[in-house]
Design a protein around this ligand. Structure first.
Ligand SMILES: O=P(O)(O)OC[C@H]1O[C@H](OP(=O)(O)OP(=O)(O)O)[C@H](O)[C@@H]1O
Ligand SMILES: O=C(O)c1cc(=O)[nH]c(=O)[nH]1
Ligand SMILES: [Mg+2]
Length: 196
């Protein structure tokens, strides 16, 4: 799958949105990749995650466990694990708290794990996912995502592979270009949404 094929999956699914978005990091952007529109279509998800599994195998070799940050990472993590012949586990947050590995999940000694994210913007979620795994016995050998929108500047603390690298502009909320400031801001992601 070429980078253009990947973008066409997002475009044709209606998952490449334009407007004024508040990202998980608090940064603002005129562009949002609505991965859940992709993941609501199993055939599309399979095509993308099969391609990601191939990239992961090429870069990192044998993988036993895929670990993903909830919520966005769970579906691509599972589907990528299916193509890798690996297990799929995830880390999750108590509201507002750090990621933790729960539900009896672990990375046992000798296991080779990879973090699978959906989208990387700053790399913060993947970094926090890695931090939550520091006491696991097995080795986290790398990270992967469908789209790296950081222009390759997202810092994970691990080698990161993706299907596409894009350099999509982001802005601090106090330094918005006027055309962005003129639009109402929406926050599509789950981070820091407080419990009802
Ligand atoms: O690289 P970053 O700056 O961390 O941004 C990317 C993260 O933002 C989104 O998650 P979000 O926190 O919106 O929650 P979700 O996974 O529940 O949608 C996305 O799923 C990535 O995890
Ligand atoms: O940075 C984010 O929060 C983010 C960006 C994006 O394009 N898509 C997404 O799901 N999250
Ligand atoms: Mg996420």
């Amino acid at each position: 799958m070429t980078p253009e094929d990947v973008l066409e999956e997002f475009r044709s699914a209606g998952a490449l949105l334009q407007g004024h978005f508040i990202l998980s990091s608090g940064l603002r952007s005129p562009t949002f990749l609505q991965k859940m529109t992709i993941f609501s279509d199993p055939a599309r998800t399979e095509r993308l995650c099969r391609a990601l599994a191939e990239v992961i195998t090429r870069q990192f070799g044998r993988i036993d466990i895929v670990v993903s940050p909830a919520i966005g990472g769970i579906i691509p993590g599972y589907e990528t694990a299916r193509h890798l012949g690996a297990k799929a586990i995830f880390v999750e947050r108590d509201p507002g708290g750090p990621f933790t590995l729960r539900r009896g999940f672990s990375i046992p000694a000798g296991a080779r794990a990879v973090i699978v994210e959906d989208i990387v913007t700053t790399g913060l979620s993947a970094r926090e996912c890695l931090a939550s795994l520091k006491d696991e016995a097995g080795e986290v050998v790398g990270a992967a995502c469908l789209i790296d929108r950081s222009g390759g500047r997202g810092e994970i603390g691990l080698p990161l592979v993706s299907l596409v690298t894009l350099d999509i502009p982001t802005y601090s909320p106090d330094a918005l270009p006027p055309e962005l400031a003129a639009l109402p801001a929406v926050k599509p992601g789950s981070r820091a949404i407080s419990a009802p």
